[in-house]
Ligand binder design. Structure first.
Ligand SMILES: Nc1ncnc2c1ncn2[C@@H]1O[C@H](COP(=O)(O)OP(=O)(O)OP(=O)(O)O)[C@@H](O)[C@H]1O
Ligand SMILES: [Zn+2]
Length: 581
């Protein structure tokens, strides 16, 4: 839209130029000399005049029999025309100039007005709308193209996105196999973790244009404008063939409908969202267009957005762990004069920093170096910048965790991971990390090999122990009076599972094979007894978990300490520790 609007002004400019040229050509009357009125009267009296061309202007044009042409004053008397006619002189009396002259004049005038109108509206809309479709054409730019090397860390996200890159490069290949490739990908994760950067890198890797729009641009615009913007964005992208369309802050238009807090649906958002969904179903698989959206909150999104054929790929972009932070710092120090050798120490100190925050740390250091007129960025500059950044952020967020919290999280997560590796080895632990994910503080990741239809009772009991492993580890290491709120999520999960076992799966004694939820109003009589049984079961399972971890305390400590050091431990590192056990 903006693109067309921007070029609209060239149409009247062109017409103005053409009409001006026409005016010059038609208006060119040769070098018309001016002669005095008495000379004209002389010519008239000697019958030399062939024709006279007069109009409302102060001059009239005289053509003599020999073809010479000159101008003289038009006396504007009532009789002049008659006098001339009586002498048999051809008189052209036009109030308006000949058509060939007036048309270019009119067109020129209209063009000037059009230029002014378009210029004013553009200047105005430029001021009032912050929206601009950001466009970068990676298919043409060959120098400093963003690619996956520009994004440090985030290896898992990059791996998932490699598929998308391959699809963008060879959509036909996938079509041949009848594969349905993702039209939409959602990148979710904390602010500043590099979601935008990754989306640009996909376009860069695939060598296709990148179009970006932010969901927040649609807030507070008139109904219909957002939808129109979406349509024009897609139209533009499609006209180029392959493309990456990036929609930042998709939550601004795609929050769940009827969500209590954000309950007041807004027509504009709905229309914009609908336009987006329509556009997405409107292009075919082989077209090579991928829409990448970013959000900080995947759980807030409307399920309509997440359905197959829409944004059905969800890729988490997490905060960097120590290795990734080292890479990000190195990346941003590259091309800057510096004398920093010990990047590892900086990485150690910056736990829970996002990529954006690390970038601003390095930038701040560079500013300090410049202020000092120092030839290089030194470790002292980084030190100073660190204090500035921490002070600036501390008020706003719980940004940098205290070491104490880090230690606690390490043991907590190690507890989950260790219990899982011992009791449910079939569920492969692919990583344990103390870097918080959007789902909560810390975390370990399970890759469950097969999707089971049924779970055996012993498996369910073991799963509960895995969930209790975090709290149990805290208690073993720090003592009962030092336990934390960190286990809240675990506790709600175990409660759900145990309640289902006793009240729905027929695995308890109080109800036997009776399903509590089928009892309707009769269920209330069983309430307390069911809770009693659940509590007893959980207590027993918790004790067993404490026992198990106490027996394996050495391994627990080893995992925790390595976690503290490396922040993330992957399957091979964990296998190594378990082998040494
Ligand atoms: N993994 C990374 N590697 C290198 N630089 C990074 C990385 N992550 C973030 N950055 C730096 O932080 C800047 C901001 O990142 P980006 O805008 O991609 O984050 P985002 O996840 O899209 O944030 P938001 O959710 O706030 O939109 C980048 O331009 C880059 O300089
Ligand atoms: Zn936990």
């Amino acid at each position: 839209m903006k693109f067309i609007k921007k070029h609209l002004i060239y149409i009247p400019i062109a017409t103005a130029a053409i009409s001006l040229a026409a005016m010059i050509i038609t208006g060119y009357k040769g070098n018309l000399v001016n002669k005095s009125y008495t000379l004209f009267v002389n010519d008239l009296n000697s019958n030399k005049v062939s024709s006279v061309n007069m109009n409302t202007s102060s001059k009239m044009t005289v053509i003599l029999n020999d073809g010479t042409k000159y101008q003289t004053d038009n006396p504007h008397t009532d009789t002049i025309k008659e006098t001339l006619l009586l002498k048999g002189i051809d008189v052209k009396d036009s109030n308006n100039g000949p058509i060939s002259e007036t048309i270019p004049q009119a067109v020129f005038g209209i063009s000037l007005i059009a230029i002014a109108v378009i210029y004013i509206t553009q200047a105005r809309s430029g001021r009032s709308s912050v929206t601009s479709i950001e466009m970068e054409d990676f298919s043409k730019k060959k120098d400093h193209v963003l690619n996956f090397d520009s994004v440090a860390g985030n290896e898992e996200a990059k791996e998932s996105l490699m598929d998308v890159v391959d699809f963008l490069k060879n959509p036909e290949k996938y079509k041949k196999y009848g594969a349905r490739m993702p039209k939409g990908v959602i990148l979710y994760g904390d602010p500043g973790t590099g979601k935008t950067l990754l989306a640009k890198a996909v376009a860069g890797e695939a060598g296709v244009p990148f179009y970006a729009l932010s969901g927040s641009d649609f807030v507070q615009v008139y109904v219909g404008v957002g939808a129109a913007r979406v349509r024009s964005l897609f139209k533009k992208a499609k006209s180029h063939g392959k493309a990456v369309i990036f929609i930042d802050e998709i939550d601004a238009i795609g929050v769940k409908r009827g969500n209590g807090k954000n309950g007041s649906r807004n027509d504009e958002k709905d229309q914009t969202l609908n336009a987006l969904l329509t556009e997405m179903s409107g292009f075919g698989e082989a077209e090579g267009i991928v829409v990448i959206a970013a959000t900080n909150r995947l759980d807030m999104l409307d399920s309509a957005l997440l359905r197959p054929g829409r944004f059905d790929r969800h890729i988490e972009v997490s905060l960097p762990d120590i290795k990734a932070r080292e890479k990000i710092i190195s990346l941003h120090l590259r091309n800057k004069p510096h004398s920093i050798i010990d990047i590892e120490t900086i990485a150690k100190k910056t736990a829970y920093f996002s990529g954006a925050k690390l970038e601003s740390l390095i930038n701040e250091s560079a500013i300090l170096a410049a202020k000092d007129n120092s030839s290089k960025i030194t470790e002292e500059h980084v030190e100073k910048a660190y204090s500035i950044i921490i002070a600036g952020h501390e008020k706003k967020e719980r940004s940098h965790l205290k070491d104490e919290d880090k230690i606690l999280t390490s043991y907590h997560e190690a507890g989950h991971g260790l219990v899982s590796m011992i009791l449910t080895p079939q569920d492969k632990v692919s990583k344990i990390t103390i870097i918080p994910t959007t789902k909560g503080a810390g975390g370990y990741t399970l890759t469950i090999p097969e999707d089971n239809n049924y779970y055996r009772i012993d498996y369910l009991r073991n799963r509960i122990k895995v969930m209790l492993g975090g709290r149990a580890a805290e208690e073993i290491i720090f003592g009962k009076d030092k336990i934390t709120t960190g286990a809240e999520g675990d506790i709600s999960q175990t409660t759900d599972t145990i309640l289902k076992m006793v009240a729905e799966y027929g695995m308890g004694e109080t109800l036997g094979l009776i399903k509590l939820s089928s009892l309707g109003s009769l269920a209330s009589g069983y309430g307390n007894a069911v809770i009693e049984e659940c509590k007893k079961l959980i207590d027993t399972l918790y004790e067993e978990t404490i026992e198990l971890l106490t027996e394996n305390k050495k391994t627990l400590e080893k995992i925790a300490l390595e976690l503290l050091d490396k922040e993330t431990l992957y399957a091979d590192e964990l296998d190594e520790i378990m082998r040494e056990k």
